[in-house]
Design a protein around this ligand. Structure first.
Ligand SMILES: *Cc1c(COP(=O)(O)O)cnc(C)c1O
Length: 377
């Protein structure tokens, strides 16, 4: 039993989820439209407070349309958090635009408002502001949204929120996914809720939601004729997956509570090890602890984060380094970055431990970490 592999963030599926999927299947709504789709969107609006939601095939597709419909096009720049998954910047590239990366701050691991200000001031001086700012709410928690929103407002730049990892998080009582002109969620397999693959765009603007719905269904004009006035995309979520997503979403509060409890237990057990610092929580924010992440100071700990990753892997425990900062990715190496050292430092020292697991499994993870520390010291 102790040889069973422990995964980083496996899907948490219930009997109710299976029943929801079966019901959608039996109703024969195996199509990219159907009753579950609207119900999933309505439940997302209810839980986040967003006025409109459009269910899409992936978070990346949602980001693409969010940017495109905010006017991002060829030759534009988009200021984007550097500590993130590639999808955040890929969507910018799909628009023919170029990401300009903004460093993290140590207190949130997310976009540093001071760096954003510096970048916006520099851009304003040249007379060419970015077409949008894309803030990533990484690792299940919000950035310093008061400061970031104020800067975007001051310069009149559209704010797009990549909340793919932060469903269920809040900042000053307001839900992640409601800070952007358009905000994006992901339901990929490792996210806090999943329908195996899917995403959603949230917005308070009904015209924007209508446009995204239209573009995501191949921009087909209503009526009998197959009439297309512009080029569209096949980005709508299927009804079958929406049924699963809706069922998963209903238990989001429990899922958040479980992940937070996992993080708390890691803190109690591992927080006192030399050189270990758990991920801080954004002032004014409550994160989901989507992944339980921590930093290891090799000097103090006597072990590096990559050595610890090896020790965990040897015991069939899946842990991961933090995102490789996007400005260090070969495919974005030509892009400009403001700062970068903070994100690089976090990435060099950070890792995420299994975050969706039983207490017995967590005991195994903690014992493995303690053993690795003891052996190295
Ligand atoms: C997962 C993720 C995405 C992409 O979502 P998909 O549904 O996998 O396309 C975008 N941004 C961030 C920060 C993510 O973690």
């Amino acid at each position: 039993m102790s040889c069973e592999r422990i995964y980083l963030s496996p899907p948490a599926m219930s009997e109710a989820d299976l029943a929801a999927l079966t019901e959608a299947f039996q109703s024969n709504w195996i199509a990219p439209v159907g009753p579950a789709l609207g119900a999933f969107e309505a439940e997302m609006c209810r839980q986040t407070g967003a006025a409109h939601a459009v269910a899409l095939a992936s978070g990346t597709a949602a980001l693409h349309l969010a940017l495109k419909e905010s006017g991002v096009g060829p030759g534009d720049q988009v200021f984007c958090s550097t500590l993130s998954f590639a999808a955040s910047a890929n969507a910018i590239a799909y628009c023919g635009a170029e990401p300009v990366f903004i460093d993290s701050e140590a207190s949130t691991w997310n976009m540093d408002p001071a760096r954003l200000e510096e970048a916006l001031e520099a851009a304003a001086k040249t007379g060419k502001l970015p077409a949008a700012v894309e803030v990533v709410q990484a690792y299940g928690q919000c950035a310093d949204m008061d400061a970031i929103s104020a800067l975007c407002e001051k310069h009149g730049v559209v704010l797009i929120e990549d909340a793919a990892e932060a469903l269920g998080a809040t900042y000053k009582g307001r839900a992640a996914g409601t800070f952007g002109r358009a905000s994006v969620m992901s339901f990929n397999g490792n996210k806090i809720i999943t329908c195996s693959g899917g995403g959603m765009l949230l917005t308070d603007e009904s015209a924007l939601a209508d446009r995204v719905r239209y573009l995501s269904t191949q921009a087909r004009e209503p009526g009998r004729a197959y009439l297309h006035l512009e080029v569209g995309y096949n980005y709508r979520l299927s009804n079958l997956l929406a049924a699963l997503g809706l069922s998963q979403l209903k238990s989001l509060p429990e899922k958040v509570a479980q992940r937070r409890a996992v993080f708390e237990r890691y803190g109690e057990r591992l927080g006192a090890l030399p050189g270990v610092t758990l991920m801080p929580e954004t002032p004014g924010g409550e994160g989901t602890r989507w992944l339980s992440s921590l930093l290891i100071d090799e000097q103090e700990a006597g072990i590096s984060s990559s050595e610890l990753l090896d020790a965990l892997e040897a015991e069939k425990i899946e842990a991961r380094p933090l995102w490789r900062p996007l400005h260090t990715q070969p495919c974005f190496a030509h892009c400009r970055v403001y700062g970068g050292a903070v994100a690089e430092g976090l990435a060099a020292r950070g890792l995420s431990l299994p975050s969706q697991l039983s207490e017995a499994q967590q005991e195994r993870v903690c014992a493995c970490v303690e053993k690795a520390f003891a052996q190295k010291r």
